[in-house]
Every structure is written in structure tokens, then in C-alpha cells.
Ligand binder design. Structure first.
Ligand SMILES: *[C@@H]1O[C@H](CO)[C@@H](O)[C@H](O)[C@H]1NC(C)=O
Ligand SMILES: *[C@@H]1O[C@H](CO)[C@@H](O)[C@H](O)[C@H]1NC(C)=O
Length: 305
């Protein structure tokens, strides 16, 4: 559980009719303040570190980028695109045989916390990220976090799902926060909400939202000049290419995998979206449009028209 009682009662208040909406901005303000306090309380930051090639990139982005200083490689994490395997590859490259803790990957550090990282040399680093079809990625996040419900990450079903259900379930809400299964439809409705409710939820969910944040938000591809963008759908070819381009092909290989699992599966996408209104699908496309366009994924007309 990562919500305090205070969070819950404020949220319930917000949800209930009769509660003044003026409380909402206040709530967001408090959460923001809490975040800021936490940041300032942490380690001292080198202010120049937020500038890559003189362009400022947020600390949030920098924290998602892993560094192998030894081989001068930067890897921007895009969850649900086979990142765990890439982290293993980088850990092996860094000379660490232990894969015990991937959540705090041994020998890997985020740019903004890496003690030995030299921003001046950044342009000489090999920089890459992995992408896949943005809608398939959302389905993968939904399946992985809410349907398969990983035992070591109970908060997805214990905290996040009930709140999304409470706010976005269409059937009449009976006042109890239910633990019944989150439907993909409700997850989509949360994702497409452009209002303050999603802002509040995203604040509450903290960095767990990285599983459905856009690649653009996660990796700042317009500010950071990546050397290679690998595609999950062609991983069989892209993985060896990336290792070759990074100059480490003789040192490590990408773990083998059954070829079919990375291919785009239109049937699966159609199944998941079959119950979603065209209006919500169009809004969802609008939110993830930059990910489709920037990384060469065709507009999913079969869903939108
Ligand atoms: C901050 O980073 C710059 C550039 O890498 C470096 O010259 C400077 O010494 C660093 N300052 C501190 C306090 O680490
Ligand atoms: C595609 O998805 C459907 C529905 O989930 C599944 O039955 C089928 O086996 C998948 N096809 C491949 C090639 O994985």
C-alpha cells in the first residue's frame, strides 16, 4: 500500500457528489509539494547534469536512462518492450554476474545518480531505446500488471485498479472501493482522460505509470539524439545489430527467444479493443500519436474507422 489514509479520504471526498471540486487543485498542490520536498531532501544534484548537449532534459527522463560507463552505452528504458533482457545484457557487459536485483540493477545507474558519469562525453556514447506498436504495448502493460497480477507488485491490483474502477467504471458506483477486476475499457478511459482526475491519479500512482507513459515522455527523443531505435517486432535482427553498432558484439549476446512472441498480433489487438468505443479509441490514438508517428508505426485504421 502506498496511499495514506489521508489520500484515501481526500479521494473519496473528491469522488462523492456534493464534495466541492475546488479541493482538487489543492490536493494536486499538496502532492506536488510532497514530491518537491522529497527531491530536495535527496542527494545533491549537479545542476549541469540536466543538460545534454545544452538542452535541458527532465530529471525524470534522466532517471530512466541506464548507463554502462565501461562500454559507453546509454539505454533508455521503455517498459513492456523486453527491457529486462536488455538490462541483463548491460549488467553482463558491466562485468556483474549477479542478476539478483533488477529493480536496483547492480552495476547500472540512472544518468542523474551515476557517480562516474561524465556529461561532457555524452555525445560519444552509444544511445539506444526499444519500441513496439504503442497499442500492443498498452495491452501488454494491462495484461502484465492487472491480469497476471505479479506477486511482487501487489499495488497494481490493490491500489491502482480499485481507484481506476471507482472513477471510470460506468455502472453505478455503490460507494465501496471494489477489488473486482479492472476491465481494459476502464483502463483506456483512464488513459484518455485529459482532465484533472487523471492528473491526480498519476500523482498517486507515482513512477508506476512508466508502464503506460509514451516513449516520447520517457526518453525525450527530440532532445536526445539516439544512435539506434530498435523495434521489438524485428528483435531477431535488431538485437544483434544494436550489439554490433555499440561495439560489443563479441562480448555478449541477446538471450534467445521464440521468434513468434515479438511479432505484432493484430488479432490480439482487435480482441482487446473490440469492446471499446470508437470515441475512446480515437482519443487513445491522439494521446499516443507521437509514438506511432515518430517510430514508424502505421495509424491503426482498422480500429479507428
Ligand atoms: C558538475 O559537472 C561538471 C561537468 O561534468 C563538472 O565540471 C563539475 O565539476 C561538476 N560539479 C560537481 C559539484 O560535481
Ligand atoms: C495472437 O493472439 C491471439 C489472441 O490472443 C492468439 O490466440 C494467437 O495465438 C496469437 N498469435 C500468435 C502468432 O501469437
Amino acid at each position: 500500500m502506498f496511499f495514506t489514509n489521508c489520500h484515501w479520504s481526500l479521494l473519496l471526498c473528491v469522488l462523492q457528489t456534493g464534495c466541492s471540486w475546488s479541493i482538487v487543485p489543492l490536493f494536486v498542490y499538496f502532492l506536488n509539494k510532497k514530491e518537491k520536498k522529497r527531491e530536495h531532501g535527496g542527494r545533491e544534484k549537479n545542476s549541469s547534469i540536466g543538460h545534454l548537449s545544452h538542452i535541458s532534459v527532465s530529471k525524470f527522463v534522466l532517471d530512466r536512462i541506464f548507463v554502462s560507463d565501461k562500454h559507453k552505452i546509454l539505454f533508455c528504458q521503455t517498459p513492456k518492450v523486453g527491457n529486462t533482457q536488455w538490462k541483463k545484457v548491460l549488467i553482463v557487459l558491466n562485468g556483474e554476474s549477479s542478476l539478483l536485483s533488477l529493480f536496483e540493477p547492480h552495476g547500472l545507474c540512472g544518468i542523474s545518480s551515476c557517480p562516474s558519469f561524465d556529461t561532457v562525453l555524452l555525445n560519444t556514447y552509444f544511445k539506444f531505446l526499444m519500441v513496439r506498436d504503442p497499442f500492443e504495448r498498452l495491452i501488454s502493460a494491462f495484461k502484465d500488471k492487472f491480469q497476471q497480477n505479479p506477486r511482487d507488485e501487489p499495488w497494481y491490483n490493490e491500489d491502482i485498479a480499485p481507484l481506476i474502477i471507482a472513477i471510470y467504471r460506468k455502472s453505478h458506483w455503490d460507494g465501496a472501493l471494489t477489488l473486482s477486476d479492472l476491465h481494459f475499457e476502464e483502463f483506456v478511459r483512464y488513459l484518455v482522460d485529459v482532465g484533472v482526475r487523471r492528473q491526480i491519479l498519476d500523482q498517486l500512482f507515482t513512477n508506476r505509470i512508466i508502464h503506460w507513459m509514451t516513449y516520447t515522455e520517457l526518453c525525450a527523443p527530440c532532445e536526445i539524439q539516439y544512435s539506434v531505435v530498435g523495434h521489438h517486432e524485428t528483435l531477431e535482427k535488431d538485437a544483434p545489430y544494436i550489439l554490433h553498432a555499440a561495439g560489443v558484439e563479441g562480448l555478449v549476446s541477446y538471450p534467445s527467444f521464440p521468434p513468434d512472441i515479438t511479432r505484432y498480433n493484430r488479432t490480439k489487438v482487435e480482441q482487446y479493443f473490440s469492446g471499446i468505443s470508437k470515441r475512446d479509441i480515437r482519443r487513445l490514438f491522439a494521446r499516443y500519436q507521437s509514438d506511432f508517428h515518430l517510430f514508424g508505426y502505421p495509424r491503426p485504421d482498422f480500429l479507428l474507422n
